[in-house]
Design a protein around this ligand. Structure first.
Ligand SMILES: Nc1ncnc2c1ncn2[C@@H]1O[C@H](COP(=O)(O)OP(=O)(O)OP(=O)(O)O)[C@@H](O)[C@H]1O
Ligand SMILES: [Mg+2]
Length: 147
């Protein structure tokens, strides 16, 4: 089967801000996803699912190991790898609550490495598509899930 995602031995340690304590969130996780496959990540609270997904999406850099997306390394070839990711959709905390709708869209579009002009056009299209033009300067924290 042709592989689209390869996760190899990823390891992520979070450091507590004020102490020197370290917390191992992900330890030696490896798996492959084939083209066209649908994969769910299951585990108890705090198991490291979000940390793993964020690493795959290039939002976190693993302390060890690597992620390859359609042949591109998520760190060394970040921009090319990100071209193959279309959305990060999850329940709670994937948006930045203290930023506006517009700022969230610009931030995530910016992560993909698009030019300012491309971002402006795309963000405007999305605001219209999802009928959020009149909410674009609203803090995400002030919106309900349905807004
Ligand atoms: N930014 C952070 N700083 C410090 N510790 C963190 C940070 N993010 C996550 N953790 C800790 O790392 C561990 C793994 O968290 P993660 O969010 O990846 O788990 P999860 O499997 O997605 O959990 P849930 O089912 O609750 O969504 C948890 O113990 C969490 O408290
Ligand atoms: Mg989670």
């Amino acid at each position: 089967m042709e592989l689209i995602i390869t996760v190899k031995g990823i390891h992520k340690v979070y450091k507590k801000r004020k102490s020197k304590q370290k917390f191992i969130a992900v330890s030696d996780v490896s798996f492959d996803v084939g083209k066209g496959e649908i994969v769910g990540l299951l585990g108890p609270n705090g198991a490291g699912k979000t940390t793993t997904i964020k690493t795959i999406c290039g939002l976190l850099v693993p302390d060890q190991g690597s992620v390859t997306i359609n042949g591109f390394d998520s760190v060394k070839d970040r921009n090319k790898a990100l071209r193959h990711i279309s959305a990060v959709l999850e329940g709670n905390r994937n948006l930045y609550w203290r930023l506006t709708v517009l700022e969230n869209l610009e931030y995530f579009a910016g992560n993909r490495g698009d030019s300012k002009k491309e971002i402006q056009v795309r963000v405007n299209e999305l605001l219209t598509l999802f009928q959020l033009q009149d909410k674009k300067y609203e803090l995400v924290n002030n919106l309900s899930r349905r807004s």
